[in-house]
Design a protein around this ligand. Structure first.
Ligand SMILES: [Ca+2]
Length: 170
């Protein structure tokens, strides 16, 4: 009797895990854009564009042309998800563009989808508030070789081309 109740409990545990996995929906079935480097996470799909590196505004335009926007990294979960993916992909570049920018108003950071920067921030020390050059540095990349910390840099200047991540709602 004890053994059979134990077995039922175990079965329920397994069913709960399966349902949780399905609800989280890690498949890219509902992603509007599917490439070999598109991943589903939460309610969103993230397309890691790892071909030739480009300027921030070009990356932004390409994401929008596909019906998405440059990625919003507003929780540590998303930050960790992106870093895990880059590690798994054996990402070979220094950094990757995300949507964060202060081009509309200096030091008022916003994501490319229009939402203001919230409480989650992952600036490298001394970044995001560099008063000497802040007017020149309006766009942010996640710096892979600096453990994913955020660095602001010129959006469209020679020497500042990166890969990028487009985000889409499922
Ligand atoms: Ca700036």
């Amino acid at each position: 009797m004890l053994i059979s109740s134990l077995k039922i409990m175990l079965d329920i545990d397994i069913i709960i895990s399966i349902v949780a996995f399905l609800l989280n929906d890690h498949t890219t079935d509902r992603c509007p854009v599917k490439t070999s480097t598109t991943y589903a996470y939460g309610d969103y799909c993230y397309e890691f564009v790892l071909g030739s590196e480009t300027y921030w505004h070009d990356a932004k335009r390409i994401c929008e042309h596909q019906g998405g926007y440059l990625a919003t990294v507003d929780t540590s979960d998303v930050q960790n998800f992106i870093m895990d993916r880059l590690r798994n992909l054996r990402f070979g570049h220094n950094g990757i563009w995300i949507g964060l920018n202060d081009e509309a108003e200096e030091q008022h950071w916003r994501w490319a989808d229009g939402t203001p920067l919230g409480s989650f921030r992952y600036w490298a020390s001394g970044q995001g508030n560099n008063f000497l050059t802040h007017t020149l540095e309006d766009c942010v990349h996640l710096r892979f070789i600096d453990n994913g910390h955020w660095h602001d840099s010129p959006c469209d200047a020679l020497g500042f081309k990166y890969n990028y991540i487009c985000q889409f709602r499922k």
